[in-house]
Ligand binder design. Structure first.
Ligand code: P6P
Length: 329
């Protein structure tokens, strides 16, 4: 039997009286994912690998594909007036379309291409997205409209560009995570997993252990307990790809925990809240898992700036609970 397409699944899942605006946003996110997947495939022989020659607001070397992916996200929402404005890892400030005064109530935040250190080595990459609504005002959204805790998200998800391209999303109130795989031959995403639940009691621990010298002693002890098996939840295998979306997707399907702790030179860690930790935390909790900054539930954090960072411990509920307890949270 032919599995439903992503669009069919979105339409089937939308509430009977829904306006359809969120469904159109999700459909456009799927379009962005298919366009970026194609760009990644061809970048090697189109001269689109390597640096773009600029530094972004994060202080990171910008890759050509970072900018190309960011442009794709901007383009797909240009003709969708329900989206008022955008927030992107690759743009210093809120992005407004020319007709910003006459656009709708949705806000889309994204990391257009996460893990870009993997671009030139043909490693996995991802795009992460978060959809919010602004509170009942008219006209152009302002920065304050974007600064919402993750528990206010309307929808969240990611696209993983691996050997296969998958689209993963959840919608507020659905408490279910669905996975779709791209059939490149016809450019269509088909449902390959529904109602995904993060396994407990197995899987991997995923952290960049070369940062150990910058960790608090409690983090060092926590990571060691997963590595040697003294953790009460048991031993975990070490896995780390350098791409958050790939490391999270493995954790979602196989269990365990991904950690990006605070560092001595980065007290709020490296990962960004609004378009990395917050959307993945919504996915994790919708799949029965958990996410924390080490003491506060990730979805309860209140950001004070667009590119706010936060430590992240995310994955199997018991693994995250053990991590929080170990850190004294
Ligand atoms: P590190 C990629 O730059 C990224 O934002 C995430 O995708 C990834 O999890 C993390 O940074 C890797 O950071 O310090 O381990 O190289």
């Amino acid at each position: 039997m032919q599995a439903p397409t992503l669009i069919e699944h979105i339409l089937r899942s939308q509430p009977h009286k829904a306006s359809g605006e969120l469904s159109r946003i999700l459909a456009r996110l799927s379009l962005a994912g298919r366009m970026i997947a194609q760009r990644i495939l061809n970048a090697g022989f189109l001269g689109e690998h390597g640096e773009a020659g600029s530094i972004n607001v994060q202080g990171e070397e910008v890759k050509k594909l970072d900018l190309l992916s960011n442009e794709i996200f901007i383009r797909v929402f240009e003709t969708l007036p329900s989206v008022n404005a955008l927030g992107s890892e690759e743009m210093d400030d809120v992005f407004y379309y020319d007709d910003a005064e006459n656009r709708g109530k949705y806000l889309v935040l994204f990391d257009p291409l996460d893990g870009s250190g993997n671009i030139d080595i043909n490693g996995s990459l991802g795009s992460i997205f978060s959809v919010h609504k602004r509170s009942g005002k008219e006209g152009r959204a302002d920065l304050a409209d974007f600064l919402q805790p993750g528990n206010e998200q309307i929808a969240a998800g990611y696209i993983l560009y691996g050997p296969a391209t998958v689209f993963v999303y959840t919608v507020r109130g659905q408490d279910s995570v669905s996975v779709f795989t791209l059939d490149r031959s016809i450019g269509e995403f088909f449902l390959t997993a529904e109602g995904v639940r993060i396994p407990e009691g197995k899987g991997s621990y995923s952290v960049n252990e070369s940062n150990e010298s910058k960790w608090d002693q409690k983090v060092i002890d926590l990571v060691r307990s997963f590595r040697v098996g003294t953790a009460p939840v048991g031993k975990r295998a070490a896995r780390y790809t350098g791409a958050l979306v790939a490391d999270f997707h493995r954790t979602l399907l196989k269990g365990g925990i991904f950690m990006y702790p605070a560092l001595s030179d980065r007290p709020r860690g490296k990962l960004r809240y609004l378009y990395e930790a917050s959307p993945l935390a919504m996915i994790a909790e919708s799949a029965g898992g958990a996410a924390s900054d080490g003491s506060i539930r990730t979805l309860d954090l209140q950001p004070s700036q667009l590119h706010e960072r936060c430590p992240l411990f995310i994955g199997s509920k018991k693994d995250v609970a053990y991590a929080v307890q170990s850190l004294g949270g």
